[in-house]
Design a protein around this ligand. Sequence first.
Ligand code: ZN
Length: 142
Amino acid sequence: MMLREFQIQRIYQGSLDKGADILEGLLGVMKQHQISAGIISGIGAVSEARLAYYNSETRIYEEQVFPEPLEIVSLKGNISIKDNAAFPHLHAVLSRRDFTPFGGHLLPKTYVFAFEFEIIPFTGEPFVRGFDEATGLFLWKQ
Ligand code: ZN
């Protein structure tokens, strides 16, 4: 178990332009404001999405591209350190025109149609990701 207390001093709220890569856009805000711990949330729509599902048996991220307009019902994530850099870990629930939802681990090359987000930076010692033998994932280790 990992548990740490943080403080909140500010909240950023913003939007990304149509055509932007969601992950790159959020990473840009994180870099600009030197955010290495915190939480991210967002809603909106995408023109194309790329998600992954972590197969715990094969220990491989199975990636899938969804080249269609989708609603972002909910995007949620956290910020910590991986490979000596701030790293956003994002998951999203998306839905189709018939309102069926699906979701997964959000990958680069997911493109904004419209996107509104919040980033809440934490003040304190950020968690640092490291390889976890038990799961094959890069989890918080320090
Ligand atoms: Zn994930």
